[in-house]
Write a protein of this length. Structure first.
Ligand code: NI
Length: 372
C-alpha cells in the first residue's frame, strides 16, 4: 500500500477546497489520479464531479461507492502545514478525507480486479452541502443498474480508523423554512398606528416550539430550530417587514409532513391574529438516510472477519443527500461513519482529520466491495 501517496492526495485536497458547484480543480485532480491508476472514467454531463468504474473479472453485483467532494465557506483556524490556500474556504466537513479514502480503496480494488466479483462504481459527487449534488448525479442516468449504494462520512466522535455502523435511520431529513411578515411601519412612539412585524416574529418563535415541534411523538426525534431573525434598522421606528428562518429535521416522512403543515397553520394563524401578511416559504432539502439492515449486518461481519475496529453509532440530526440514491433507485444503501480522530465537530473552523484513518478505511472499503 502506497500510503505516502495517499497522504499527499489528502493534503492536496485539503489545501485546495472548493465550494458546492465550483469543484473544478478538485475534479481535475480526481481525474488525474484515476488516470494514473488506469481506472475507467465514464463520460457524463456533470459540470463538476465525475463517475468512474472498476470492472471485476468475476461475475457479481454492481455496487456504488460515493464520496462527496465539496468544501465549505469557512475560514480555517487550524495550524496544519497543509491548510487551505483559499481564504474563507475550508474542507471543514472531511470531504477531502472521503475523496482520498475512496481513491485509495479504488487503487486497491483495481490492483485486485482479477478477484473482484462484479462492478464497482466510484461516485465523486459535487455539491453535497448545497442539496443539489446527488440529484445531479442521479440525473446522469448512469447509475440505474446499481444494486447497492455505499457512502462514508468522517466522524470526529470516533477514534481514527474506527468504522461506525448503525442499521436504520442514520441521518435526518433537512428542510429549510422562512416566514416573511409584512405589517405597517410607523413611529416607535405611536405603535397603535402601525402593525409591528417584530411582535409577530416574537410570537412565532414560541408558537413554533409549542405547536410545530410538539406535533410529532416525543418517541421519534425531531428538531424545529429558528436560526436567524431580521427586522428593523433603528431604535425609534417600527419597521414594515421582518423575517425569520430556520431548519426542520426528522427521520420519518410523516413527521416531516406533520411539522410542515403545523408551520403553515402557525404562519397563517399569526397573519389572521395580527392583521399582517405572513408568508411561509418551505424549501425541501435532503431526505433522511436509512441504512439497510442486511447490508449493515454484512458491513459488521466484514469488519469482524477482517479484524477492523468497528462500533455501533447513534443516528444524528445532521443531513446528507446520500439518501436520494436509495430513494430514487429503490436499492439498499449504507452510510458508514468513519472515525477521523476525536476533536472539533464537523463544520468547525478547527475541525481536522487524522490522516492515519485513510489506510484502514481504504482497506475496509476494499473488503466490503470485493464481494468475498
Ligand atoms: Ni459532510
Amino acid at each position: 500500500m502506497n500510503t505516502t501517496r495517499w497522504t499527499e492526495w489528502f493534503e492536496w485536497f485539503h489545501a485546495h477546497p472548493e465550494t458546492s458547484g465550483e469543484e473544478h480543480e478538485t475534479t481535475g485532480k480526481i481525474r488525474e489520479i484515476l488516470q494514473e491508476l488506469s481506472i475507467e472514467i465514464i463520460p457524463s454531463n456533470l459540470p463538476t464531479g465525475l463517475l468512474a468504474v472498476i470492472r471485476g473479472s468475476r461475475p457479481g453485483p454492481q455496487r456504488a461507492l460515493r464520496a462527496d467532494i465539496d468544501a465549505l465557506p469557512v475560514l480555517e483556524e487550524t495550524d496544519l502545514s497543509y491548510q487551505s490556500l483559499y481564504e474563507g474556504r475550508m474542507h471543514a466537513c472531511g470531504h477531502d478525507f472521503h475523496m482520498t479514502s475512496v481513491l485509495a480503496a479504488a487503487e486497491l480494488l483495481q490492483a485486485d480486479r482479477e478477484q473482484l466479483k462484479g462492478t464497482v462504481w466510484l461516485v465523486f459527487q459535487p455539491a453535497e452541502e448545497a442539496f443539489t449534488g446527488a440529484s445531479q448525479v442521479v440525473q446522469t442516468g448512469l447509475l440505474t443498474g446499481v444494486e447497492q449504494f455505499w457512502g462514508i462520512h468522517a466522524d470526529p466522535d470516533l477514534d481514527s480508523g474506527v468504522v461506525g455502523i448503525h442499521a436504520g435511520p442514520i441521518a435526518a431529513s433537512v428542510d429549510r423554512y422562512r416566514i416573511d411578515v409584512t405589517g405597517i411601519g410607523c413611529h416607535g412612539a405611536l405603535p397603535h398606528l402601525g402593525k409591528s412585524p417584530l411582535t409577530v416574529l416574537s410570537g412565532l418563535v414560541s408558537d413554533l416550539d409549542a405547536f410545530a415541534r410538539r406535533s410529532v411523538s416525543p418517541f421519534r426525534p425531531s428538531v424545529v430550530s429558528v436560526t436567524q431573525m431580521h427586522g428593523g434598522d433603528t431604535w425609534n421606528v417600527i419597521p414594515k417587514t421582518a423575517f425569520l428562518e430556520g431548519t426542520v429535521r426528522t427521520f420519518d416522512e410523516n413527521d416531516r409532513t406533520a411539522i410542515h403543515e403545523a408551520i403553515l397553520r402557525i404562519t397563517e394563524g399569526a397573519g389572521i391574529a395580527s392583521g399582517t401578511e405572513c408568508v411561509l416559504t418551505w424549501t425541501e432539502g435532503h431526505d433522511p438516510v436509512i441504512n439497510d439492515p442486511d447490508l449493515s449486518e454484512y458491513a459488521k461481519k466484514t469488519a469482524v472477519k477482517n479484524g477492523f475496529a468497528w462500533q455501533e453509532v447513534p443516528a444524528a440530526m445532521v443531513g446528507d443527500d446520500f439518501g436520494l440514491y436509495s430513494k430514487t433507485f429503490h436499492r439498499p444503501g449504507v452510510y458508514l461513519k468513519i472515525g477521523t480522530g476525536k476533536g472539533h465537530n464537523l463544520h468547525h473552523p478547527a475541525f481536522r482529520v487524522d490522516p492515519s484513518a485513510i489506510a484502514p478505511t481504504a482497506s475496509f472499503l476494499k473488503h466490503l466491495l470485493m464481494g468475498d
